[in-house]
Write a protein that binds this ligand. Structure first.
Ligand code: PHE
Length: 472
């Protein structure tokens, strides 16, 4: 039966796909800056504690729900949950749709920067032609056609891979792409940390600094929590979907741990690639914040590296594009699996290619809106701006981000914990994990995490996210 639905060919392939989903812009862009500005090593410690006590539990819960039900986000809740929780799966599909609408736009910018660096490398006219990062980014945002085209290219690449299926498309791509990404990261790190002045950057990232904790411990905690959710792709059914293709013999507990470990290592390595170079050649802490880091500061950094700059820049943006694409495919797959499951529930086999095509076209329509808006530069009409709340309604991208990352992901994860703890039962998680033949390690501890620590932590993270978006 599993054969018909499709499965991962190997455990390594599954791990590469799951790590591929997890490692993305959140690691390369968000983590290093947040770590540096919120306590360095001390932030990392808090992040790790949250990842183990909450992230690990939520990831295992999702993988178990997927494998037990053999269905994606919506189907898993439909099969396992009562009326009270059944709608939670829908929120996952909707989040995937919303995240895609802006994630593909940001990936599109990275693709453009990769092309520009290639142009500079070859001395061609599609290079930066001497423009600095700030001017280049402003020009790009104003050029609606270019923004839309690059966004659509990212979508087309993602869709083509998803059309290939679980093992023939996603696994096959991730199996090569992820190791390649790690190798590229190492190459960029070597160049970055050997620049004059790189030490300052490493200090910014790693030196333990308890000042942010003294000022506002709660904010740091919820910042780390929010980052962890987004970075591990939790709370929206990706791991349910990927788990539904996982054969029984695989150890879910161990796999969840490996994915979390690899994602954290990727974040730290990304920081070591980005921050020292940005400090050595680009500026101070302020230059690391927001979109500036990837699209302004780093471009200037590569520009000032001399002859090797465009080459390193090209490699760097290539790795960011790879990281984005492996996340994009997981998001498309959540929605594709929903329709495939729907067909299967009616005794039919869904046409994966056709489904993926329609799903991607729908996402493209929404992404076109976000791309054309250019982070608000082009002022594409938005119905909510009149409310006067700033932050989430600055531009279409912030709005989509607020709905998905700010509300639906933490809410989805909170409800999943409550569902497992108080309706379905932690014992069933243990039983499903043990079907691989290995014992579940730390049962009591996990029960406590599921029932108390994770839900409480989630409420808190949700509140922090709402606050961060200016909603409470
Ligand atoms: N985890 C990805 C990142 O860190 C983002 C993502 C979120 C991907 C949710 C899929 C789902 O960039």
């Amino acid at each position: 039966m599993e054969g018909k639905r499709g499965t991962w060919n190997s455990n390594f392939g599954f791990i590469m796909a799951a790590v591929g989903s997890a490692v993305g812009l959140g690691n390369i862009w968000g983590f290093p800056y947040k770590m540096g500005s919120s306590g360095g090593f001390a932030f990392l410690l808090i992040y790790l504690i949250l990842a183990v006590l909450i992230g690990f539990v939520v990831m295992m819960g999702e993988l178990v729900m997927g494998r037990r039900s053999g269905r994606g986000a919506v189907g898993a809740y439909a099969k396992l949950a009562s009326r009270k929780f059944r709608w939670v799966g829908w929120m996952g599909v909707l989040s995937a749709f919303l995240i895609m609408s802006f994630y593909s736009v940001l990936g599109g910018y990275c693709l453009k920067y990769m092309v520009v660096n290639l142009g500079d490398m070859l001395g061609m006219s599609f290079g930066s032609n001497g423009l600095n990062g700030g001017d280049m980014f402003t020009l790009l945002l104003k050029n609606q056609v270019e923004c839309v085209v690059y966004t659509l290219i990212i979508m087309v690449i993602g869709a083509a891979i998803v059309m290939g299926g679980i093992s023939g498309g996603i696994e096959r791509f991730s199996k090569y792409a992820m190791p390649a990404l790690f190798i590229l990261l190492i190459v960029v790190i070597i160049r970055s940390v050997t620049l004059d002045g790189a030490m300052k950057g490493l200090e910014f990232m790693f030196a333990p600094n308890f000042e942010p904790f003294e000022k506002d411990f709660i904010s740091v905690l919820s910042l780390a929590g929010g980052q962890m959710f987004f970075s591990l792709s939790l709370g929206m059914g990706i791991m349910i979907t990927y788990g539904s293709y996982l054969p029984r013999r695989e150890n879910i507990q161990r796999n969840a741990l490996v994915v979390i470990f690899a994602d954290t290592v990727a974040s730290i390595l990304s920081g070591m690639a980005v921050i020292p170079a940005a400090f050595a050649l680009g500026g101070d802490g302020a230059a690391m914040a927001g979109p500036k880091l990837l699209y302004v500061t780093l471009h200037n950094v590569f520009n000032s590296m001399g002859d090797i700059g465009p080459f390193i820049g090209m490699l760097f943006y290539l790795l960011v594009v790879i990281a984005t694409v492996t996340s994009v495919i997981s998001l498309i797959e959540v929605i594709t699996t929903f329709f495939m499951d729907h067909a299967e529930n009616h005794g039919k086999t869904g046409n994966r290619r056709l489904i993926t095509l329609f799903v991607s076209l729908a996402i493209m329509a929404l992404a076109t809106l976000v791309a054309a808006d250019g982070l608000g530069t082009n002022g594409v009409w938005m119905p909510f701006q009149a409310f006067g709340v700033s932050g989430w309604n600055d531009c279409w991208l912030s709005f989509m981000d607020m709905l998905s990352e700010g509300v639906m992901m933490p809410l989805g994860a909170l409800l999943m914990c409550l569902f497992i703890s108080y309706e379905w039962g932690v014992d069933r998680v243990v039983t499903e994990v043990e079907r691989c033949g290995d014992r579940f390690v730390g049962r009591q501890f996990f029960s406590l995490c599921f029932k108390v620590i994770a839900p409480l932590g989630m409420v808190f993270i949700l509140w922090g996210q709402l606050k961060g978006f200016g909603l409470v």
